[in-house]
Design a protein around this ligand. Structure first.
Ligand code: FAD
Length: 412
């Protein structure tokens, strides 16, 4: 099924896809079932990915990587999840691919030379420590602090849900260096560090959970961890801006992984629908089975195109100026959701674009929203059999300008 989409891949991306499929092939369902059942990190899989050179897929060639960008990494992560490794396989390696993009973008030459090669070789594993119990998505409220003491910072605080902290050698850590009430903007005063996870000063407590059991999730206590100043990435206080260079590729890669997982589920469901015979014929011949599978295929196509488009955009924009790209990606996601019929998701993204970018893509997003509302009104009329006074949620009440379909510019 991915073949339609894969026609757009470059030769290098196809090579990455083929290599990833080869690396994943020996790690069959029995391997992943046992890793999940035992709750043991898939070390052999991580080693195989590293030995194939795939951990460096999006890292600069100067430090041992392949420099192929986030699109190639997305192709690779989708293939890992689709192989049957699912999120256990993907989470075992993905932090090592997106996590250090802030170091690539903002690290000094000395930091890159010291930090990137061991990660690419698979000699070190990294975890990503941002989330806190009292500051989930609201990152600016984090309480973990890093206080300067001469040539070091002393870090105290607590993080939660930190994947792979049980097996990682290093941590990419976001901490406050200036208290929240002393900064002009909430996003200021946080700093980013990439440093050794010294377990004499860091306690890691696994969280019991169902699903993705092979990859540990943890509460992590920092009890006065001394972090050398040379392990700070970028200027003090700019950590929030800098860590977005890890979070943005993270979102793209996780989207690609989710598509891979969906494809794996769909392939298995379709195979079972052909194989399972009830009332003398395969259950897949019943519309009640075939149609939801077809709808899932359409949704996966839309999600795949969106994720790959986001990856291509990410790669096409300079390292340090990716703000407009986020708007463009959000707009594209809204468009794809609209085309695949997921109107609530389309509305959510298009409203965000209208708010984020009132002079750029905003007007096009508003037109698209009005179009969705118009269709919803028509659908309501058809369903009720009589004209419905439909109140657009995208435009203020009152007379609306006449508009035809051709007014919607979908060119790119
Ligand atoms: C398996 C797993 C692995 C993870 N690995 C890591 C890791 O390695 N490193 C790390 O730092 N973190 C990790 N996380 C944390 C993850 O990034 C957080 O779960 C995520 O940031 C959301 O935080 P939260 O769970 O506290 O949700 P909350 O912030 O409590 O949000 C809860 C819900 O409310 C919604 N919500 C919140 N505010 C608003 C708003 N203003 N408007 C609309 N909706 C809102 C959210 O969308 C969400 O659906 C992991 C989480 C899980 C479950």
């Amino acid at each position: 099924m991915a073949a339609d989409v894969d026609r757009s891949l470059s030769e290098e991306q196809r090579a990455i896809l083929a290599l990833t499929e080869r690396v994943c092939a020996p790690f069959d369902d029995a391997y992943w079932l046992e890793a999940d059942r035992a709750g043991v990190f898939p070390f052999a899989f991580h080693r195989a990915v590293a030995d194939a050179g795939l951990l460096g897929v999006a890292m600069p060639e100067a430090y041992g990587g392949s420099g192929l960008g986030i699109q190639a990494a997305a192709v690779m992560m989708r293939a890992i999840a689709q192989s049957g490794a699912g999120m256990s396989g993907a989470s075992a390696v993905h932090m090592n691919i997106f996590g250090l993009q802030p170091v690539v973008a903002f690290g000094t030459e000395a930091q890159k030379a010291r930090m990137l090669p061991p990660l690419i070789r698979g000699a070190e594993k990294a975890c990503f420590a941002v989330t806190e119990p009292d500051a989930g998505l609201n990152t600016t409220e984090i309480k973990t602090k890093a206080e300067r003491a001469g040539s070091h910072y002393i870090v105290t605080g607590q993080k939660i849900w930190i994947s792979t902290a049980g097996v990682a050698d290093r941590v990419l850590l976001l901490a406050r260096t200036t208290p929240l009430d002393e900064v002009a903007r909430k996003t200021q005063g946080m700093s980013l560090f990439y440093t050794a996870l010294d377990r004499t000063k860091v306690e890691v407590h696994p969280i019991a959970k169902m699903g993705r059991h092979a990859v540990d999730s943890n509460i992590v206590h920092f009890n006065g961890l001394a972090v050398p100043v040379e392990d700070r990435i970028g200027p003090e206080g700019d950590g929030f801006k800098i860590i977005l260079h890890g979070m943005n590729p993270e979102r793209i890669l996780i989207a690609a992984e989710a598509v891979g997982l969906g494809l794996a589920a769909l392939e298995r469901a379709a195979a079972y629908a052909k194989e399972r015979i009830v009332f003398g014929r395969p259950i897949g011949q019943n519309q009640g089975i075939a149609h939801p599978l077809a709808r899932s295929w359409m949704a996966l196509q839309a999600a795949d195109l969106t994720a790959m488009r986001a990856a291509a955009l990410y790669d096409s924009v300079a390292q340090t100026n990716r703000g407009p790209m986020v708007v463009r990606m959000t707009f594209d996601a809204g468009e794809w959701y609209a085309l695949s019929g997921n109107v609530p998701a389309a509305r959510q993204r298009l409203l965000a674009v209208a708010a984020l970018d009132p002079k750029g893509l905003g007007p096009r997003a508003e037109l698209r929203l009005a179009d969705l509302d118009l269709r919803a009104g028509r659908a309501a009329e058809c369903a009720s059999g009589s004209p419905v006074q439909y109140q657009s949620r995208s435009r203020p009440p009152g007379p609306q300008p006449r508009r035809s379909y051709s007014a919607i510019d979908t060119s790119r």
